[in-house]
Design a protein around this ligand. Structure first.
Ligand SMILES: Cc1ncc(COP(=O)(O)O)c(C=O)c1O
Length: 355
């Protein structure tokens, strides 16, 4: 067996399931799952129609690079959303959700022979760690600072760790903190990337759910603003799952440095991770429409505006920049996790939260 598998931790939801063994829920409460970050709004009908209308596509094998129309849809979206000029032929690829892509990208980038390090924010999306470990790298965790709106303390990473770093994961808007990384932080990371030669993987799957007037800054957008139009050593990961309420469809795309994309395409061709032609057609429909995205965001805004002040009475929470999580502090004197969870349940019941 691959010995690196022994380095993986049980996935958090599996650990959560184990913690719940033997726990009988109080029948007075309607259970609200706090376990998994999953969209709860319905999939727009036009996406379902595009999916079922494309079933003839099942009769052919898809190419790994995706249909040119699909890549052109990505190009147009990046132009509208971020004002970017990205080449549809050399700088973007469809992926079956950003999760598999984040994992696969680490396998593409890491050279295991050189004691590699992958730097991750902390707290973080668990895939970063598993991807690093299975690629033969060590993970290094840079803490988020609650005193600075959960900004990641990149300065805490020692120089000898940067010197071994081959890949850095950025998550902006962050899961679970919701923090959006500002341009000055991007500048710092680009300088570090230039100095130490590492690749930046920018995970942006929450980019369309935000609570401020300004939409979150994207990694490629930051690069363009800072005079790096070739996006050297940078790839961004974007997803339809949260934007369009289709986590079950498994659809996203990556865009960035053409040299990295070329290698990534090679890796993906052998890995066999082409997107189904049916999903490609539904994805073209979804990326081409913004109306449903605005409606989806409005729903989240209403829910957060209603719930956050109520929960703030019993929990240390505040409205995040973006994303769909409330990241509660657990440092209030006299509280422990069980008390907090109980308060949370009461708070949610008081708020009458649905889905
Ligand atoms: C931070 C982060 N990145 C990536 C993903 C993966 O999303 P998907 O594979 O559905 O695109 C998730 C899913 O919850 C996430 O929270």
């Amino acid at each position: 067996m691959n010995p690196l598998l022994d380095r993986l931790q049980p996935y958090p939801f599996e650990r959560l399931r184990q913690l719940f063994v033997g726990v009988t829920p109080n029948p007075d409460y309607r259970p609200i799952s706090l376990g998994i970050g999953e969209p709860k709004h319905p999939t727009p009908q036009f996406i379902k129609d595009a999916l079922t209308g494309a079933l003839d596509g099942l009769s052919s094998y898809p190419g790994t690079a995706g249909d040119p129309h699909l890549r052109d849809t990505f190009r147009r979206w990046l132009q509208t959303r971020y004002g970017l000029a990205v080449d549809a032929n050399t700088q973007m690829l469809p992926v079956n959700g950003s999760r598999e892509a984040l994992f696969a990208f680490a396998q593409t980038v890491i050279d295991p022979g050189k004691k590699p390090v992958v730097v991750c924010p902390n707290p973080f999306y668990q895939i970063y760690e598993g991807a690093a470990l299975l690629a033969g790298a060590d993970a290094w965790y840079a803490p988020s600072d609650p005193a600075r709106n959960f900004a990641v303390d990149w300065d805490s990473v020692p120089v000898d760790v940067w010197a071994r770093t081959q890949l850095l994961f950025v998550c902006s808007p962050g899961n679970p903190t919701g923090a959006v990384m500002p341009l000055a932080e991007w500048k710092k990371l680009f300088e570090l990337s230039d100095r130490f030669g590492f690749v930046i993987a920018s995970d942006e799957c929450y980019s369309e759910i935000y609570f401020r007037d300004e939409p979150p800054l994207g990694g490629l957008q930051a690069a363009a603003k800072l005079g790096r139009p070739d996006f050297r050593n940078l790839v961004s990961f974007t997803s339809l799952s949260k934007r369009s309420n289709v986590p079950g469809m498994r659809s996203g795309f990556v865009a960035g440095d053409s040299a990295l994309m070329k290698k990534f395409l090679l890796y993906r061709t052998y890995h066999g991770s082409a997107m189904s032609p049916v999903v490609q057609q539904a994805s073209i429909a979804a990326w081409g429409d913004e109306k449903h995205v605005v409606e989806n965001r409005t729903l989240y805004r209403q829910k957060f505006a209603e719930v956050t002040p109520m929960l703030a009475q019993v929990l240390d929470v505040q409205l995040p920049d973006a994303g769909f999580y409330l990241w509660a502090g657990v440092n209030r004197p006299g509280t422990n996790p069980a008390t907090l969870l109980h308060r949370l349940a009461l708070g949610i019941r008081a708020a009458g939260v649905r889905g």
